[in-house]
Design a protein around this ligand. Structure first.
Ligand SMILES: Nc1ncnc2c1ncn2[C@@H]1O[C@H](COP(=O)(O)OP(=O)(O)OP(=O)(O)O)[C@@H](O)[C@H]1O
Ligand SMILES: [Mg+2]
Length: 463
């Protein structure tokens, strides 16, 4: 508890409050006392002035005046010289500022000078200066009533300070609790994450630094859980995708061995197809893991993109005509030099073309376009196929994701993931647009990087 932030924060609040309260208390106590003493002194002076005036009216001068005993007297220190008065708060002077009676430090008849003389108050009787009353520098002693008043005031100040100190402690505890609430939420969240729980509803965090940390933590927790789930799904999908062809291969081979199935060229061809499918899938996964590790060693050379596109389109032309899909290509005139790995970019094009042909029914159209946009080469594969639902579009680049859950096309869902990996490895980017029932367009932008070839951007349509 002594090492907790809550305790230390509370302690800091209380210490600051105590210091402030102490200072305020001390100042108000000493100012009350000073003002009260001043007030008592003024009263004592007024009384002695009244006595002097009464005396002068009766006798005609201040000569022989003595203050009434106990009036405005201070304590007597040490032995008093013969005939000297108690050392009171005031001394009476005649009009020529001579002391009317003796004090321990002021023999009678001495002219008073200096600070005390400057503070002397003239006493007038019937408009005539009768003498002066000067302070002796001794504070008047307080009567018991005044002492009680001062004690009560001091007590009230102390009680007020104590009350304020208690409020400061309470406020300190409350403030520390409020400030540290996101910390407690964060601790709970971290414990939940350690136990492998899904992130709960993010608490409505305050808009301060602690709140930002808490929000960032909840977002991170959500991302971690999503990643873990994606990893698990990936493993399950890989297992499933490998299991199907392997069980076909295993079953067929078993049947052939025990004589249930005859060994026919069709059966052998099917075995070969399934084996190719498995090795293709394993190859794709290996390719992606290399890409993830940043170990895709691209063989970059300056190539004519127009040629690469034409070659790729040419290789699927037969398949397109077999499935009754019209295939068009539009490339800019001349050569479009781009620094790229020809084998990998061909792989990208083949994947996009395979998708376009696989998802475009008979009578449809696939159009490949190449153009140059400043310092990027852009190619797109547009089809008039079945399209992809808007809700599924953000996931098509995820590995093993297939928008058609029935998996009728027999694809493994790695094609577009590979497309993105290769394109990004070239420093480019890929985007997909689709309208269900209308068609899909995948656009790839690759930086030219190498020497830019100046040529007219006039397009030429090749069908
Ligand atoms: N041109 C397209 N038209 C309609 N749907 C498409 C198109 N291209 C991709 N898709 C959808 O996106 C999914 C992911 O495509 P991807 O190429 O990654 O996988 P696949 O074609 O199913 O399998 P693979 O390419 O690994 O053999 C496809 O399953 C399909 O549902
Ligand atoms: Mg594909």
């Amino acid at each position: 508890m002594w090492h907790t932030l809550a305790f230390n924060l509370t302690l800091a609040f209380v210490l600051v409050a105590a210091l402030a309260l102490g200072a305020v208390g001390l100042i108000s106590w000493s100012s009350t006392r000073a003002q009260f003493t001043g007030f008592v002194q003024d009263r004592a002076r007024d009384r002695i002035v009244t006595q002097v005036q009464g005396y002068v009216e009766a006798t005609g001068s201040v000569a022989g005046f003595r203050p009434l005993p106990g009036e405005g007297r201070g304590p007597t220190h040490g032995a008093r010289p013969q005939g000297a008065m108690d050392r009171g708060s005031f001394v009476v002077l005649d009009p020529s500022r001579r002391a009317v009676y003796a004090l321990p430090d002021l023999p009678a008849g001495t002219v008073l000078t200096g600070e005390r003389a400057a503070a002397a108050v003239p006493v007038e009787v019937n408009g005539q200066l009768a003498g002066y009353v000067a302070p002796t520098g001794v504070a008047p002693s307080l009567d018991p009533q005044s002492e009680r008043f001062l004690a009560r005031t001091t007590g009230a100040i102390l009680w007020a300070m104590l009350g304020a100190a208690l409020v400061a402690v309470l406020l300190g505890v409350l403030l520390a609790r409020m400030l540290l609430a996101p910390m407690r939420n964060l601790r709970r969240g971290i414990r939940g994450m350690q136990r492998g729980e899904a992130p709960g509803e993010a608490p409505r965090a305050r808009v301060d630094e602690f709140g930002e940390v808490l929000t960032a933590f909840y977002e991170m927790h959500g991302a971690v859980v999503r990643n873990q789930r994606a990893q698990r799904e990936l493993t399950a999908n890989v297992a499933h995708d490998l299991n199907t062809p392997l069980s076909v291969i295993g079953g067929t081979l078993e049947g052939m061995l025990d004589g249930t199935f005859r060994v026919t060229p069709e059966r052998l061809a099917r075995l070969q197809r399934e084996t190719r499918h498995v090795s293709g899938l394993v190859g794709d996964l290996r390719f992606l893991s290399l890409a993830d590790a940043g170990e895709l060693n691209l063989d970059l050379r300056e190539e004519n993109l127009n040629l690469i596109v034409n070659d790729a389109v040419g290789s699927v032309r037969d398949a397109a005509s077999r499935s009754g899909v019209a295939l068009h290509v539009t490339v800019p005139e001349g050569a479009l030099g781009v620094t790229l790995d020809a084998r990998q970019v061909t792989r990208v094009l083949r994947n996009l073309l395979d998708n376009a042909l696989a998802y475009t029914p008979e009578g449809g159209r696939v159009h490949v376009t190449v153009r140059r946009d400043d310092d990027v080469a852009v190619f797109s594969v547009e089809d008039t196929g079945v399209g992809i639902d808007v809700g599924k579009l953000p996931f098509v680049f995820d590995r093993l994701y297939r928008a058609d859950e029935a998996r009728v096309t027999g694809g493994s869902g790695l094609g577009l993931t590979i497309v993105r990996s290769v394109v990004e490895a070239h420093g480019g980017h890929v985007a997909i647009e689709s309208t269900p029932g209308v068609g899909t367009t995948v656009t790839v932008a690759l930086p030219l990087v190498a020497r830019k070839i100046r040529h007219e951007q006039r397009s030429r349509s090749v069908s």
